[in-house]
Each structure stands twice: as structure tokens, then as C-alpha cells.
Design a binder for this molecule. Structure first.
Ligand SMILES: [Zn+2]
Length: 184
């Protein structure tokens, strides 16, 4: 049941994000994607962000410094509270959380010139995280703050597809107003 919900969100998020996601090779740097479903007392969420937003590069980590950056980011992203903030009174606990890094190969034909924009000439790696939280008092949540922006300086916006009892909605939130309001 839990797993099915997550898969559903991923599918819905992917479909809804259509135009930008369909072209595959070009995710938009600065812009992450969130799929969120609120069902009864459960919040299920996926986050997909360009490597550029999270660690500042998208090629496979080569140097010790880059490897450390990726490891550290995966650790941070495996904690949903590093991404979103929920009111204490909602009494949410993490049921499931995971993070991974994926790489999508760029056009190798253009990868020979180091002077090229690194992001254009190399793989477009992304970070993906999945969370599920159970909240004893979910009704008190009026909005969700994305502390994500405070932690990841290159992240500019998140395209959110929210599925709740009111249906499916798209919201764009950004670092100036990093808040997702929930309709009651
Ligand atoms: Zn990229």
C-alpha cells in the first residue's frame, strides 16, 4: 500500500511535469520537482533536484572533495526534516526515507572541451529522495515550509504537484516564498 502510493506519486508527478521533464536531457538548473500526496494521516513525497542545485556539479564525483559533497548531500536528503518543516503539534514521524543520486548521460560528442559549460557538456545528474511521514494530528498543518532552500544555495524553485483530498494541484514555490499552503 505504502509502496504503491509512492509509485503513484512518481508517475503522476512525471506526467504532470510533462513539458519540461519530457525532453529528458534538460532538467532546469535551479528548479527541482516535488510530488506530494496527503492521504488520511500520511504524507508521501518525492523530491528530484538537479545536482547543480544540491552540490553545484552534475558529473560523476571524481575528487575526494566532490565525493564527500555527494555523500554529505545524500545523508542530508535522507532526512525529510532537512527539506520540509512541519508544525510540532502535527506530531509527524518519519516512516520511510531514502535518497539516491542518478546520472543521465549528456552528449558525449560535446564533452571534449573543458571550457564548455560543464552542465551542458556532461551528464545531468540528479538527486532523488523519497519520504513518507505519518502525522498523528495532520489536520493542524496549514502550510509546509521548505527549509530546503536555506540548505541548498543554488536551488531557486520547486515545482510541486500536490495531491490531496481537494484533487491534484500544481504550485511553484521559490526561495523568496518557500511555503506550500494547504487548502482545507
Ligand atoms: Zn543538468
Amino acid at each position: 500500500m505504502i509502496k504503491r502510493n509512492l509509485i503513484l506519486i512518481l508517475i503522476l508527478a512525471t506526467c504532470s511535469l510533462g513539458a519540461s521533464a519530457a525532453t529528458q536531457s534538460t532538467h532546469v538548473h535551479g528548479q527541482g520537482q516535488v510530488g506530494m500526496a496527503i492521504d488520511q494521516n500520511l504524507i508521501s513525497m518525492t523530491l528530484e533536484s538537479p545536482g547543480a542545485d544540491i552540490v553545484g556539479f552534475e558529473h560523476e564525483a571524481r575528487t575526494a572533495e566532490e565525493k564527500t559533497a555527494v555523500t554529505e548531500a545524500l545523508k542530508q536528503l535522507s532526512n525529510p526534516m532537512f527539506v520540509i518543516q512541519l508544525p510540532e503539534s502535527a506530531s509527524c514521524k518519519v516512516i520511510q526515507a531514502s535518497s539516491e543520486v542518478t546520472s543521465e548521460n549528456g552528449d558525449d560528442g560535446h564533452a571534449d572541451n573543458e571550457d564548455h559549460n560543464e552542465y551542458e557538456s556532461e551528464a545531468h545528474g540528479s538527486f532523488i529522495a523519497e519520504y513518507q511521514l505519518e502525522c498523528a494530528n495532520i489536520a493542524v498543518i496549514d502550510f509546509i515550509t521548505f527549509v530546503y532552500f536555506g540548505h541548498f544555495r543554488n536551488a531557486q524553485s520547486l515545482m510541486v504537484v500536490l495531491i490531496d483530498k481537494n484533487g491534484q494541484h500544481r504550485h511553484e514555490i521559490n526561495r523568496d516564498i518557500p511555503i506550500l499552503y494547504l487548502k482545507k
